[in-house]
Design a protein around this ligand. Sequence first.
Ligand code: HEM
Length: 154
Amino acid sequence: MTFGTSALDFSILPYEEGVNPPVTKPNPAFLTDIGEEGMRALFSRFYALLFTSPIKDIFPLNEEEMQIASGHSADFFIQICGGPHYFNKHRGPPQMRKRHAPFPIGPNARLHWLVSLEEALQPIIEQKQSSTENIQSFWNYVNVFSQWMINTRD
Ligand code: HEM
């Protein structure tokens, strides 16, 4: 395992209109490293950051609903990282583009979303909860798949 932040590349792929680049799922070892509780804690931090971010208006307006939304997202990411299918069980088939369609998500909203996620990942890096390689694999997935969610210009 390689630890440390130096090799991590959090650069964001430029958005190209009308292009949905091929997605590679995160390495399941990311989930093995941080555990289900680590994933829930990551999304709890992330949603707390979104709650005060420039894109807060597209998310639930109170903290209780935000925590529920955070739980749904954590369920999804546990599943996509090879863990139990909590999301399918609680919410049905992912159909992410369809689920995001009601929310105006433009290229700038995507940037704020990714920057908040990068910040939420910091304790995992600082506390060496996962390897550089596995964190990178998680980032690469969200970096690419977040482009698929764009449904408007902002
Ligand atoms: C491009 C930036 C993105 C923005 C601005 C965004 C925004 C949102 C919003 C507004 C919601 C609804 C919150 C709620 O009321 O439950 C949501 C839900 C969700 N998002 Fe995103 N999202 C983005 C990218 C992604 C990506 C890349 C993924 C997965 C890889 C994802 C996974 C989810 C999941 C699992 C839910 C919960 C859906 C449900 O419970 O039915 N999002 N997102």
